[in-house]
Design a protein around this ligand. Structure first.
Ligand SMILES: [Fe+2]
Length: 469
């Protein structure tokens, strides 16, 4: 019984309301009043009323009085409790409404947070892509930056990106605008309202657009494009050197304006992009120097070994085509390009008389020439930026059947990049004049590739290469 009462008690006890005590209090009041009435009403009546007829009449109505008074008392007690419950209920409803509002606010904040996360993620993906691949050009970088900025500023529904060339603006990307009409514009950078290290907000951009263009140009532009009510101009610069920029715009029909939060986010984003752009410029310069140094080595090798004239370049070109067909990513293509370019660099210390010998090589001479893979590896592995490609250079004379050199690796033990260079190198060697033999025809070369498919060459690479030539 006790357990059942506790169960009911727990079930109906809400916050500070004790649902068991309230009815007990009402019942106890009723019992006390009833007992008091039974005990004292007759005695008091007999003491006060002496007349027997009157006593009998009052006795008849005494029961009715009891019912009347108890009804009033019970009504007051129950009403009090109901008022309390009602008060709590209203309080509960208010709290519920408040938490609903808080939930909506949290949800909105979550969406904002998710948007910021996505934008940050996109930007870091872009940075990673650029850091992995030295061939990302500035135009592609600005295009990606523009798209990320557009998704960062939720109010914008139009936008365009442009680079500065010979003092003029050249549009490279747009959202919502008629791209051809933008491309045909001849806008001088002096008339464009760039800000180097901060953003500019314009509330009447149409006026500025008109000011930049001739009457004919503006007419052509306004016929093909919607009117803009607010714009933000963001310049991408490297110190005093303005490279380009982008604009984010709100159409004239939209009921929104750029929020302080969006402006603040965009300013932070611009600082980040400009900082990264500076680093990239330094890196590009370093890569150019590296490229120049490597190409100088290749030129020295070409002087040393007549056959290699144009060979490195051709092998790099064939290799890249194979790599692209195999859907290698940018980083792998970069490694492939460099490995193919420098694959014979080790020949630089093999005597020129041996490399350019018009007759067939003796066994000793051939063994010496074979060392060029190890020598190439030893040279390249000492350079920080070429260490990664040195292993591909080391293994470019391995054969699919395991009879190659220097390590005798077999099948997929040979890195894919080395497998590709092996096919491209052999193809160019077969189809070019060498000091000791004449070149073979394209058809003979194809036959040779097919004959050595699965023995000297990777079957997959041969199949892909046959699609190219
Ligand atoms: Fe080689």
């Amino acid at each position: 019984m006790r357990k059942i009462i506790d169960l009911i008690y727990k079930k109906y006890k809400v916050e500070n309301i004790d649902f068991r005590k309230a009815p007990i209090r009402i019942v106890a009041t009723y019992v006390l009043f009833g007992c008091f009435w039974i005990l004292f009403s007759d005695r008091i009546l007999s003491m006060v009323v002496v007349n027997r007829d009157l006593y009998m009449n009052i006795q008849t109505f005494k029961g009715w009085f009891f019912v009347f008074f108890t009804a009033i008392i019970l009504y007051r007690l129950i009403l009090n409790d109901f008022l309390k419950i009602n008060e709590l209920n209203t309080d509960l409803l208010n709290k519920k409404m408040e938490s609903k509002k808080n939930l909506i606010l949290i949800e909105e904040k979550n969406i904002e947070l998710e948007r910021a996360m996505n934008v940050t993620n996109d930007f870091f993906m872009l940075i990673t892509k650029i850091l992995k691949n030295n061939h990302v050009d500035d135009e592609m970088l600005l295009r990606e930056v523009f798209k990320i900025a557009f998704s960062l500023v939720k109010e914008s529904n139009f936008g365009s990106a442009y680079i500065v060339e010979n003092g003029k603006i050249r549009y490279i990307e747009s959202i919502g605008f008629h791209m051809e009409s933008l491309k045909s514009l001849e806008v001088s950078v002096d008339k464009f309202e760039f800000a180097f290290n901060h953003i500019k907000i314009r509330n009447n951009p149409e006026y500025n657009i008109k000011r930049r263009l001739s009457d004919d140009e503006y007419e052509e532009y306004s016929n093909k494009n919607i009117k803009i009510k607010q714009s933000i101009y963001v310049g991408i610069s490297n110190d005093d050197n303005l490279y380009g920029g982008f604009s984010l715009d709100i159409g004239a029909d939209e009921g929104v304006e750029f929020s302080d939060e969006s402006i603040h986010n965009l300013e932070a984003f611009q600082q980040l992009v400009n900082g990264f752009y500076k680093i990239k410029k330094v890196n590009d310069q370093k890569n150019l120097v590296q490229r120049d140094i490597v190409h100088s080595f290749i030129s020295a090798l070409e002087l040393h070994d007549e056959y290699t004239k144009g060979h490195s370049e051709a092998v790099a070109s064939y290799s890249l085509k194979i790599g692209e067909l195999l859907n290698l990513d940018d980083s792998q293509l970069n490694d492939l390009y460099w490995a193919a370019t420098v694959h014979d660099i080790g020949k630089i210390i093999i005597p020129s008389s041996t490399l350019n010998k018009p007759d067939r090589l003796t066994k000793e001479e051939y063994e010496l020439v074979k060392k060029h893979t190890q020598i190439g590896y030893d040279i390249l592995s000492k350079a920080d930026t070429l260490r990664e490609v040195s292993k591909y250079v080391l293994l470019h004379h391995e054969r699919w059947d395991g009879t190659g050199y220097p390590m005798g690796l077999k099948g997929d033990e040979i890195p894919l990049i080395s497998q590709i260079i092996c096919v491209a190198d052999s193809w160019h060697a077969m189809t070019s004049d060498r000091t000791y033999k004449r070149k073979i025809t394209k058809e003979e070369g194809i036959e040779e590739l097919k004959n050595n498919r699965g023995t000297q060459f990777s079957p997959k690479i041969v199949d892909v290469f046959l699609e190219i030539i």
